[in-house]
Design a binder for this molecule. Structure first.
Ligand SMILES: [Zn+2]
Length: 77
């Protein structure tokens, strides 16, 4: 994926200027961001981690509420 992002920036004179900006991952600050989550940019590694944590949290929440059963035993099969 390209690491240069085209951003439209409003100028003081009312014109919109097309600028090319380099955006880095908001966590590691190095890799090329591939996703924008809650207004922040994340690379594949960091974005993946955040999405996983979010899904795990969501599943645990559903488990607590009794919507789903724990899947932790199934990993031992
Ligand atoms: Zn990162």
């Amino acid at each position: 994926m390209c690491d240069l992002w085209v951003v439209m920036q409003s100028q003081g004179n009312g014109k919109q200027e097309k600028i090319v900006e380099k955006i880095v991952c908001s966590v590691c600050g190095k890799a090329t961001p591939i996703a924008k989550i809650a207004g922040k940019y994340y690379c594949f590694t960091c974005g993946n981690k955040i999405v996983k944590e979010h899904i795990v949290g969501l599943l645990k929440d559903l488990e607590r509420k009794g919507f789903i059963q724990s899947t932790s035993h199934e990993e031992d099969l």
